[in-house]
Design a protein around this ligand. Structure first.
Ligand code: WTA
Length: 651
């Protein structure tokens, strides 16, 4: 099996059973859901679909499966926004708060379900006014402001697919995504607040549209920071101008269960990101189900907070669609956990009485570094469930979360899933599962995962590749415009199975321990970044002849991007040039993909067949402490690479 990037924690012996008090009040307090799903998986999902969602037309077939093409709840019709908004208002819950929103400068907005419905209807009419129709694609490049879920929901109301592009991505990334999706419209803001100042967005959209993305006809701009961006006549429109004249009357049209809901681009093992396709009925069923049971959600009383960014799938499923389908009150925030101070999260939790917090291991490790004085300033006793997502959580971080945020009693749900899976797949249910720090434990009811070895044989104990053996409702329906890549990437390595790209171990008690990616995808602060993508951006710099990128270990970010580069003739290695190369990647791909370290080397170690020995490069990177700007050809590094390559290590 390909070497996973992280240590294995499965010798961890501590166990944490749910408390009797928690079990007594839990949405799932026993194994009934597991038993039901084990007996008849499709009947189980059909019941969830009918109970959790409101359908305009009931479905006649639960699943049509022609590998790799799945159709769930066939014949059924529903509208996502009816489920997320109208039905709550119709049931007399219009005054319930949908979001408590916290802006970074301290401004706040509280929006109810009735108000959110009005805004969504108005913006849906704006979209219609701009000529958008069912089946079109719209790119969204926005900060974490309420207009973002409003824009997404307005698209969904009309059957227009949104493609949210994370606000940290570059102009090139916008061009690639808009061109691939043939987006007709971009929705953006002038800027969003980040660490005390506006971080510009609109100028990046302008740069993108100046260099490509010819399909984009219009740009709608929210004025968040009053930065006075350039507005191109005829193409750019202010959100507030369009909304001032928009009618709030926009009846929801029933959509086919398989209507495309959104595209979300994610990094693969090649330089070209994949447009992951999610559709309507199955997606909403699984996100509503998992949101309800994994977070033990009580919509009447809970104040739920997923502190992720909507630019990633976590925000799509667990800030927007799941919470709204379940009619709960959420917190949403703009900015970062350290501004105005390092107690931002704990302050917000105490002020709103947050009951569930969902964040990433990388954030927890950062909080650990900052120290316990910050959470200790606030009353966190309202928290009932703590969640993590995005990368394996090390037992130390798990225990710190348990002790300092959870007061030693709050259940922790370590949720494994992917952009492709749409919703949670492997996670404890807090009223049922005895947890072990560092293990995501077991699959949810209705999902079947198997570990397999190199030959595809099922592994019942020990290490293997993580595969999903049966289709699940929120599974991706394809890669936009590339059915062949869809089949090749996920369904060919192990015939009949979905290959997740992760390695995992099963311990003697049947607990799953995720080990990280086994392909050329890095996980930096929970963000997926392809080594190939960073390598292409590196060689795009005029001074770089060749590049190899590896994910080194990093105490806070999990992995860190380490780039080894060979310079073209005529260029001298210098710290300045190294930094310029790092910045170049930041500009090409966005800051999150900028290497932590660029090491200039005279050559790269290769196997006899010409493959770069990445594992050796990773070991060399891990064997020394590389700073943020170490860019010079470190003679020690070079000597070590040369001597170890001479020993003949294979990758
Ligand atoms: C990793 C994020 C271990 C994994 C929702 C997966 C995890 C990739 C966990 C998907 C977890 C996510 N434990 N690893 N609890 N959650 N991963 O598409 O490698 O951004 O393949 O989706 O993150 O990242 P993506």
């Amino acid at each position: 099996m390909a070497e996973p990037a992280i240590e294995v924690y499965e010798d961890e012996q501590r166990t944490f059973p749910p408390s009797a008090a928690f079990v007594g009040q839990a949405n799932a307090g026993d194994r009934a859901l597991f038993d039901e799903a084990a007996e008849d998986r499709l009947a189980f999902w059909a019941r969830q679909a009918r109970e959790l969602l409101t359908w305009d037309t009931d479905f006649d077939t639960v699943l049509e499966w022609d590998l790799p093409d799945a159709k769930w709840f066939v014949g059924g019709e529903l509208n996502i926004t009816t489920n997320c908004l109208d039905r709550h208002v119709a049931a007399g819950r219009g005054d319930k708060v949908a979001y408590h929103w916290e802006g970074e400068p301290g401004d706040t907005v509280t929006i109810t379900y009735a108000e959110l419905l009005t805004e969504v209807c108005k913006f849906a009419n704006v979209l219609k006014g701009l000529g958008l129709e069912k089946g079109d694609r719209v790119a969204i490049y926005m900060p974490m402001i309420l207009e973002l879920p409003i824009a997404m929901l307005a698209c969904a109301r009309l059957g227009v697919a949104h493609s949210v592009i994370f606000g940290g991505f570059s102009a090139d990334a916008i061009v690639d995504r808009c061109e691939d999706a043939e987006a007709r419209l971009v929705i953006t803001a002038d800027a969003g607040y980040r660490r005390g100042a506006p971080a510009a967005l609109k100028p990046t959209v302008d740069a993108a549209l100046a260099s490509g993305a010819a399909s984009v006809e219009n740009v709608v701009v929210v004025n968040r920071c009053d930065t006075g961006p350039d507005m191109t006549d005829g193409r750019d429109h202010w959100w507030h101008d369009l909304m001032a004249d928009a009618s709030a009357d926009c009846p929801a049209e029933p959509m086919d269960s398989e209507q495309l809901l959104y595209l979300l681009y994610t990094s693969g093992t090649t330089a070209k990101p994949k447009g992951i396709m999610h559709t309507t009925g199955g997606y909403l069923t699984q996100v509503a189900f998992t949101h309800k049971y994994v977070f033990d959600l009580k919509p009447e009383t809970d104040v739920y907070w997923c502190a992720a960014d909507i630019g990633w799938v976590t925000g799509h499923s667990y800030i927007v669609y799941g919470p709204l389908a379940n009619g709960c009150t959420s917190v949403m925030y703009e900015g970062t956990p350290d501004t105005p101070d390092k107690d931002r999260l704990w302050d917000i939790i105490a002020r709103y009485g947050v009951t569930q917090l969902y964040t990433a291991p990388t954030a927890i490790r950062m909080f650990m570094k900052w120290g316990t004085e910050y959470p200790e300033r606030h009353d966190l006793s309202t928290l009932r469930v703590l969640g993590t997502v995005g990368e394996p959580i090390n037992p130390e971080a798990w225990m710190w979360y348990h002790e300092h945020i959870g007061g030693n009693g709050t259940p922790i749900v370590d949720t494994w899933w992917q952009t492709e899976t749409g919703g949670h797949m492997i996670t404890p249910l807090p009223g049922v599962t005895t947890t072990k720090p560092g293990s995501a434990t077991h699959t949810i009811p209705g999902v079947v995962a198997k570990l397999v070895d190199d030959d595809g044989n099922v592994v019942t104990e020990g290490g293997g590749y993580l595969t999903i053996a049966e289709p699940w409702p929120s599974m991706l329906r394809g890669i936009w415009g590339d059915p062949e890549r869809f089949r090749d990437t996920y369904w060919s390595r192990f015939p009949g199975r979905y290959f997740a790209g992760d390695g995992a171990k099963l311990d003697a008690d049947g607990y799953l321990w995720l080990l990280g990616r086994v392909d050329d995808v890095m996980n930096v602060s929970g963000h997926r970044i392809s080594t190939t993508e960073v390598e292409s951006a590196l060689v795009d710099h005029p001074a770089v002849a060749e590049a190899a990128v590896v994910g080194g270990n990093d105490e806070v970010t999990g992995q860190a991007i380490i780039g080894y580069v060979i310079l073209r003739g005529g260029h001298e290695a210098s710290e300045e040039l190294g930094n310029e190369i790092r910045e170049h990647v930041g500009v090409k791909l966005g800051k999150i993909a900028r290497p932590k370290t660029v090491i200039i080397v005279p050559d790269l170690p290769k196997t006899r067949s010409g493959k770069i020995m990445r594992r050796l490069l990773r070991d060399v990177a891990d064997g020394r402490s590389l700073g943020d700007t170490t860019t010079l050809a470190d003679p020690g590094v070079v000597a070590e690479i040369q001597s170890r390559a001479a020993e003949g290590g294979e990758d």
